[in-house]
Write a protein that binds this ligand. Structure first.
Ligand code: NDP
Ligand code: 2IT
Length: 447
């Protein structure tokens, strides 16, 4: 059977065995389509049923999370941890707290994470978790009680050599602190390497907070350099205004770009003079309020409620909010507005239809599993520092991050060329990430 036929049969089986999990199907299809040339070249993967095994998580944990709000009312949420693949190292990947979280979403994220972590070249397997808990409007005490209850079950499944969670949407430094505190209390172990994204005062690493956004911009810079171009002077749009968006905007500004807009789920702001990042950090990191607050302090800027940010003309788009946030219409608007490069800070923010629009228009495209790998790579550096009880300076950590992003870029670029698809970063990232995981799985026997 050809690689193409084999991949179609496997995909049909994945859909049949995982009904209703549309995001998971979408992520699997993209990878299976990309790796066809690698399957044709390496029949040993097909013989050993590597793809069938890769599409089936090693372990899936679903649990009840009961907690009490400030008024004493009891709430029940659902917790997840999908331990996808440990061929390359302990399961590694974030936790997402958002009302939309369900098993299919956690599986798509865990699946992507497996290849992303492979691409980093670091010793980390793939996993993901989270809950359908909605942190919006909750007090610090409520967040703490939720995190403690979540950890009361999660602790038995994780460990520095087993599974190492971190943040994702709705989970940042505050939540990681509460989760770590509860893990330490239950286990009576100061096991720093069990979670990453910790605060700098208790085992966290410099540049982890900035790493995903900075890394995405380093990746953008590498893509531009391949054609002798640079970020300096470019108009950049960033969607979202959370951890990834804020630090993508910061690094883009440092490299001379003008970041003219960002968003949250209520709408977007446009500031043609360039975003005031200190103000944005105060609104989003300290006060945790809605983005229209921005225009109160910067009256020349505009707040546009309810519309996608992609209607604003730009040169470079960095989606940093959530999956499937760029539709075909958004993509057409971006192309019309002059956008020549899309770099995914978020996981799978571009719909397959939008990707076809970009491809048709010759827009360069950097997929999340390569471009946003800086976050998890910095997590692996945090694990390394925890294991050696060391802590590195900001400057050194940022240099390491930049080197890693350059290597990931080079690996996607050369793999795409090797397989006859120059400039196709989707194929390059999927094939390079897949091959790292597949080779390790072959070496480890039938696992
Ligand atoms: P945050 O929670 O810090 O920020 C998320 C931002 O996206 C917020 O502005 C939020 O708006 C917006 N957003 C989230 N969900 C939706 C939605 N359904 N519709 C519209 N807007 C939405 O998360 P992160 O910045 O950490 O994560 C952003 C993306 O980056 C995710 O795709 C995540 O998986 C990915 N990522 C994160 C990494 C990390 O290290 N944190 C690493 C690699 C990838 P609002 O507040 O209004 O909900
Ligand atoms: O999607 C991701 O890569 C993350 N949310 C970060 C995972 C991590 O373990 O740092």
């Amino acid at each position: 059977m050809s690689g193409r036929d084999k991949s179609a049969v496997i995909f049909a089986d994945v859909v049949r065995r995982n009904p209703g999990e549309s995001e998971f199907h979408q992520a699997v299809l993209e990878v299976l389509e990309s790796i066809i040339p690698a399957l044709d070249k390496h029949p040993e993967y097909t013989e050993a049923k590597i793809i069938e095994r890769i599409c089936e998580p090693e372990r899936q944990i679903i649990f009840r999370v009961p907690w009490e709000d400030d008024r004493g009312e009891v709430h029940i949420n659902r917790g997840f941890r999908v331990e996808f693949n440990s061929a390359l190292g302990p399961y590694k990947g974030g936790l997402r707290f958002h009302p939309s979280v369900n098993l299919g979403i956690v599986k798509f994220l865990g699946f992507e994470q497996t290849f992303k972590n492979g691409l980093t070249g670091m010793p980390i397997g793939g996993g993901k978790g989270g809950s359908d808990f909605d942190p919006k409007g909750r007090s610090d005490r409520e967040i703490m009680r939720f995190c403690q209850s979540f950890m009361n079950e999660l602790y038995r499944h994780i460990g520095e050599y087993t599974d190492v969670p971190a943040g994702d949407i709705g989970v940042g430094g505050r939540e990681i602190g509460y989760l770590f505190g509860q893990y330490k209390r239950i286990t009576n172990r100061y096991e720093s390497g069990v979670l990453t994204g910790k605060g700098l005062g208790y085992g966290g690493a410099q540049v982890r907070r900035e790493a995903t956004g900075y890394g995405a911009v380093f990746f953008a810079d590498e893509v531009l350099r391949t054609s002798g171009d640079r970020l300096d002077g470019k108009r950049v749009l960033v969607s979202g205004s959370g951890n990834v968006a804020i630090y993508a905007a910061e690094k883009a500004q440092q490299l001379g770009a003008v970041v003219i807009g960002c968003s949250d789920s209520s709408g977007y702001i446009r500031d043609d003079k360039g975003l005031d990042l200190e103000l944005l950090k105060e609104i989003k990191e300290l006060r945790r309020v809605r983005i229209d607050e921005y225009v109160r302090a910067r009256p020349h800027a505009a707040f546009v409620p309810g519309s996608p940010i992609w209607e604003v003309p730009c040169d470079v788009a960095i989606p940093c909010a959530t999956q499937n946030e760029i539709s075909a219409t958004d993509a057409a608007n971006l192309v019309e507005g002059g956008c020549r490069l899309v770099v995914e800070g978020a996981n799978m923010p571009t719909t397959p239809e939008a990707l076809r629009v970009f491809e048709g228009a010759g827009v360069r495209f950097a997929p999340g599993k390569a471009a946003n790998a800086g976050g998890v790579a910095a997590s692996a550096l945090e694990m390394q520092q925890n294991a050696s009880r060391d802590s590195w300076s900001f400057g050194y950590s940022e240099e390491r991050l930049q080197e890693i992003m350059k290597e990931i870029h080079a690996s996607c670029h050369t793999t795409a060329e090797e397989y006859g698809m120059p400039g196709n970063y989707v194929a390059g990232a999927n094939i390079a990430g897949f091959r790292r995981v597949a080779e390790a799985m072959l070496a480890l026997g039938l696992i």
